[in-house]
Design a protein around this ligand. Structure first.
Ligand SMILES: Nc1ncnc2c1ncn2[C@@H]1O[C@H](COP(=O)(O)OP(=O)(O)O)[C@@H](O)[C@H]1O
Ligand SMILES: [Mg+2]
Length: 594
């Protein structure tokens, strides 16, 4: 017997029904009494969840024979006649509405749309009952305010990537839990798809045309999109690829939870980042480089000045003294290989150096900006960036080769190379930090780069091995005149804090940053509070959950808000600041280069 939830096409009520494989069963809606047939197909149902209740749902299906998995969007069903009426209403609405909907408050937009639909109904004497009106309103909102056909997919937080390769094939999606899936969303023909692509470009505030058929942009919700129009550059017709934006970025707690890194590795990176150690995060496409970069940057001291440079905005930090920079495309004539008005990574990089930041973050280095980044490292700035390479060898090879051309002496300014990969573990795709490698020095005679692998992932046990030696920690130790034992103790304490964060589900990026700031200012106090089990921060994750479930707070846990205790913190600060917090507040810039 197969159990299944059917959605009433009339009133969207969920109906639980049972049947045998390949059987057709008649069911009656418990709410409105509508009768209908439910087909118990041979596909196995893996998951079922709403994305826009009560109208849009997602089903994940699996073919038990071929093992293919499918992503099915379920939306209200319309008859052919109803589809025509809807199209007429939409076309009339376009003529009627003379304001920009995205500039009006969302509540008023719905009111405005309902009023106009009612008006059209009256003017053209169209018969629509209440149920159909709701369905029409859903489709009108999807079209006018949402992302049209792909709206349910855009609303699904489990989807990482959306690829539309042509109008001849359905959209392919990457699901966080189930991996790559074929969907049931497809454009009718090339014309519909190209109109859609033009609309998407407009939604991003950009322009795409046959004269300029390629566009890279950021969508209003922060997702990244790359699109092409017509057959000019992509022979199967228009295409688009969306990299969905995560509104709550991945944090160190998540990296530990997903086993992308071990607690010890995070503790090591915590100390490194806090002390201005440079790093490059390398990996393949979608290996999670940018996410790891963002997570590690939460360890940057709160008061540090940060400048970030990206092609599309991805980095998200809670630091107050942060200037986020994004490139701008040019317009008109091309002068010196560049369009007039264009500001690229290289320009932003040069400008960043003049802003005297302590930390420079670059979304991804590919070309001439890499050279400036290494110059910045050589002149005492701390930099973090991502780079496309899947091993230390290929990283160095690509950095030294054309077109980047970094001289070997300059490579030595890099402290840590971090290699992240997309690995297959059983039938799951996972992200793992394959290696953390320290660039120790350059052999003066052979000119070989001397590296030290500190951590390595073991694919057999899915664990991480520590080599037992870290030159970076030694260097930091020497800087503060710390004993070996004190350094070990420091790592242990941070490991305790990280375990505690994970156990208490402190994962929102602002909460993690708060713990990091508390640890920097009053480490002993934080450790004491962790030991005694007192909640030291406001956990917004918990708060959100409790608001969602509307449960009353019953536990009488003592919540000490950081704000309230500020005075106390100030007093204690001098006595107990962490070893590293006494770090050089002012950067010493080396002469030359700039
Ligand atoms: N450690 C991780 N574990 C699971 N998913 C991850 C991890 N890091 C990133 N992701 C997801 O992978 C996708 C690609 O991540 P991103 O950081 O943009 O990759 P990259 O910069 O390497 O191209 C995103 O949807 C992100 O949510
Ligand atoms: Mg990236």
């Amino acid at each position: 017997m197969i159990k299944k939830i059917a959605i009433c096409p009339q009133c969207s009520t969920k109906i639980l029904c049972e049947g045998e494989k390949d059987q057709r069963v008649e069911v009656t809606c418990t709410n409105c009494g509508k009768k209908g047939m439910v087909f118990f197909e041979h596909l196995e149902e893996l998951d079922f969840y709403p994305v826009n209740e009560p109208f849009a749902f997602i089903k994940i299906l699996k073919d038990p024979e071929s093992l293919d998995q499918y992503y099915r969007v379920i939306e209200p069903i319309l008859t052919e006649q109803e589809k025509k009426t809807l199209q007429f209403i939409q076309e009339t609405l376009i003529k009627l509405i003379n304001v920009r909907l995205d500039e009006i408050e969302s509540n008023s937009v719905e009111k405005l749309l309902v009023e106009h639909i009612n008006q059209i109904r009256k003017d053209y004497d169209i018969e629509i009952d209440d149920v159909l009106k709701k369905k029409f309103l859903y489709y009108v909102k999807r079209e006018f305010l949402g992302y049209g056909r792909i709206d349910p997919v855009m609303r699904d937080p489990n989807i990482e990537d959306i690829s539309c390769d042509s109008s001849e094939v359905p959209l392919f999606l990457f699901h966080r839990k189930f991996g790559s899936l074929k969907s049931n969303v497809q454009f009718d023909d090339e014309e519909e798809l190209s109109i859609f692509v033009v609309k998407l470009a407009q939604k991003c505030g950009k322009h795409i045309s046959l004269a300029d058929p390629m566009l890279d942009s950021t969508m209003p919700d922060g997702s990244r999109i790359q699109m092409t129009l017509s057959r000019a550059v992509t022979t199967r017709g228009s295409t688009f690829t969306i990299r969905k934006f995560r509104s709550d970025p991945i944090t160190a707690t998540d990296l530990i939870e997903y086993n992308t890194m071990s607690v010890e590795m995070v503790a090591y990176m915590w100390i490194a980042v806090e002390n201005g150690i440079n790093a490059l995060i390398a990996g393949g496409t979608a290996a999670g480089k940018t996410s790891t970069l963002n997570a590690l940057c939460l360890f940057i001291p709160r008061e540090a000045k940060i400048v970030s440079i990206e092609e599309t905005r991805e980095v998200n930090l809670p630091h107050p003294n942060w200037i986020p920079g994004v490139v701008r495309s040019g317009f008109g004539e091309i002068v010196n290989d560049k369009m007039i008005g264009e500001i690229d990574l290289f320009d932003l990089m040069k400008a960043a150096l003049r802003q005297r930041p302590e930390y420079i973050l670059v979304g991804e280095i590919r070309g001439s900006e890499a050279y400036v980044l290494f110059q910045a490292m050589a002149t005492g700035h701390t930099t973090y960036s991502t780079f496309h390479a899947d091993s230390t060898r290929s990283l160095i090879h690509r950095l030294e080769g054309k077109p980047i051309d970094i001289p070997r002496v300059m490579l030595a300014s890099l402290d840590i190379a971090f290699i992240q990969i997309n690995a297959r573990l059983g039938d799951k795709r996972v992200r793992r930090c394959k290696q953390i490698v320290e660039i120790v020095d350059i052999d003066p005679t052979t000119k070989e780069i001397l590296t030290n692998e500190v951590f390595r992932w073991d694919p057999i046990t899915d664990g991480f091995n520590y080599s037992g030696k870290s030159y970076i920690l030694e260097r930091i130790r020497a800087q503060y005149d710390m004993s070996k034992e004190a350094m070990m103790e420091e790592i242990k304490r941070r490991v305790t804090v990280l375990h505690w964060m994970r156990k208490n589900n402190i994962r929102k990026f602002k909460d993690v940053a708060q713990v990091v700031a508390l640890y920097a200012e009053t480490p002993d106090r934080l450790m004491e509070q962790i030991r005694s089990g007192v909640t030291v921060i406001k956990n917004t994750e918990k708060e959100d959950n409790s608001i969602k479930s509307k449960e009353k707070e019953t536990s009488k846990k003592k919540i000490i808000e950081v704000e309230k205790d500020k005075n106390q913190v100030e007093v204690k600060k001098k006595k107990t600041s962490s070893f590293f917090f006494k770090r050089k507040k002012k950067m010493v810039f080396k002469e030359g280069y700039l």
